[in-house]
Design a protein around this ligand. Structure first.
Ligand code: NAI
Length: 462
């Protein structure tokens, strides 16, 4: 009899299991993939970051090396070797989790699990008994009517297929200007493809601060990506190894077509709960098909919990990890907690885009008086030395208390720098607290301090 069986070994599930084992619970994880780590490690965050890194390096050699006096022929792409580097990166990390499981005496039950009844998880022909179950089964790409994904054929693909294309495409259509579309679209643009992004809304990256959206689109356009906004994709056909997309303005009008070697469907993800037996177990779902949970990640069935992409909230690995730790602590009789107001989001393009807390639009909508402090990377020596002076840091504070409500960064190292503000927000800091903190020179983090200074008496280097 286990104390806890976690279903799914993605960032939510494996982190939950490790914390549970550390707290003395006899723990097992059910995972049907050949390797641990879930979507994030196997076919998501990590392999895409390997390709982003490699393609960024290539882009640097083409765009900036000569400017720095680095002469000579720019490298060409050996796609097979690049995919092998990506696979190695994934492999070392998935093995790392196996090691952590052994170290923490967590059993890996190999296979796909389903919940027979509270306290009973069936894998293959065996039913495993447990006091508690955590559903951490993650999400899968959402389908788009009229567009059939076939990752093996490699013409119309989702985010998984886009990581193993047989060759680098000359042209690519990306459907959806969200995080996946822009990260993977950037990879193939840098590898030489002509990339066109078709987005239903009138702006890219839904939900992001409006000023960041505009600047981000401008920078990506300069990098060669084309955008068709306000357009709904209605269908796709494959002929002779290439695809034709049909789309129309979302306000109506004539159908238009566009052709490309590869089409990437990146129109969102849905919770992955098929075959889990939630019906039989009596677990309730939300009206949007997520597992319904309370503030302690408990479902309506005692002893069954759920976390990560399977429950409502941002579909982010780190949000799942936080919930994993917190639910393990709750099950162990402690007080697990996640601060949903301070969950950073990062897009790993060049420049990176990072945010935490409220956008200017959302802060205004709360009805409170706000102040906005902005600082451009053009005033930051370190960013300019890296040819990345195009972005900015934008801090949003409560005008009366100076408390930081949100921060948005588009620029070099944005994904690392945002954490200074996450910590500040966890401590309920005012912009003045950040402004009065000495920041090393020359660093890109100085731009964060300057934005904080701009919320008070003014930034220095503008
Ligand atoms: P998304 O929800 O971020 O973006 C999907 C986009 O597709 C939206 O802008 C939507 O308006 C558009 N769209 C939907 N139907 C369309 C249609 N018929 N025609 C044209 N456009 C259409 O979803 P995405 O990029 O697929 O990512 C899924 C999830 O994975 C997100 O929650 C994201 O946060 C997460 N993720 C996070 C990453 C990160 O943190 N760096 C990396 C990759 C994924």
């Amino acid at each position: 009899m286990y104390d806890l069986i976690v279903i799914g070994a993605g960032p939510g599930g494996y982190v939950c299991a490790i914390r549970a084992a550390q707290l003395g619970l006899k723990t097992a994880v059910v995972e049907g993939r050949d390797t641990l780590g879930g979507t994030c490690l196997n076919v998501g965050c990590i392999p895409s970051k390997a390709l982003l890194h490699a393609s960024h390096m290539l882009h640097e050699t083409h765009e900036n090396f000569e400017k720095m006096g680095l002469m000579g022929a720019a490298p060409t792409v050996d796609w097979g070797k690049m995919l092998a580097y990506k696979a190695d990166t994934v492999g070392t990390n998935t093995k790392g989790i196996e090691f952590l499981f052994k170290k923490n005496k967590i059993d890996w039950i190999k296979g796909w699990g389903s919940i027979e009844a509270p306290g009973k998880v069936k894998v293959g022909d065996t039913v495993h008994e447990t006091k508690n179950i955590v559903i951490a089964t993650g999400s899968a790409p959402a389908s788009l009517p009229g567009v059939t994904v076939d990752n093996d054929a490699g013409v119309i693909v989702d985010s998984t297929g886009a990581l193993t294309l047989p060759k680098t495409p000359k042209s690519m259509i990306v459907i959806g200007a969200g995080v996946i579309g822009l990260e993977l679209g950037s990879v193939y643009a840098r590898l030489g493809a002509e990339v066109t992004v078709i987005e239903y809304l009138d702006a890219i990256t839904p939900g992001m601060d409006g000023e960041v959206q505009k600047q981000f689109q401008k920078i990506l356009t300069k990098q060669g990506l084309k955008f068709i906004l306000g357009a709904a994709v209605k269908g796709a056909e494959v002929k002779d190894g290439a695809a034709t997309i049909t789309y129309a303005s979302k306000n109506g009008g004539e159908d238009q077509t566009l052709q490309a070697d590869v089409v990437l469907v990146a129109t969102g993800r849905r919770p992955y709960i098929e075959g889990l037996g939630l019906d039989t177990a009596g677990v309730s779902l939300t009206d949007r098909g997520f597992v319904a949970v309370n503030d302690h990640w408990a479902t309506n069935v005692p002893g069954i919990y759920a976390i990560g992409d399977a429950v409502p909230g941002p579909m982010l690995a780190h949000k799942a990890e936080d919930e994993g730790m917190a639910v393990a602590e709750t099950i162990a009789g402690k007080h697990g907690h996640v601060n949903y107001d301070v969950i950073p989001g990062v897009i790993y393009t060049t420049p990176e885009v990072a945010n935490v807390g409220l956008t200017e639009e959302a802060a205004k909508a709360t009805g409170r008086k706000i102040k906005v402090g902005k600082f451009p990377f053009l005033g930051n020596a370190r960013a300019k030395a890296m040819f990345q002076g195009e972005g900015f840091v934008k801090m949003i504070v409560d005008a009366e208390t100076d408390r930081i409500l949100g921060c948005h960064i588009i620029g070099p190292n944005a994904g690392e720098m945002i954490h200074e503000i996450c910590v500040a927000m966890e401590f309920g800091a005012a912009a003045q607290d950040v402004a009065l903190t000495c920041h090393a020179h020359p660093t890109t983090s100085e731009a964060v301090r300057e934005a904080a200074l701009a919320c008070g008496d003014g930034a220095i280097h503008v």
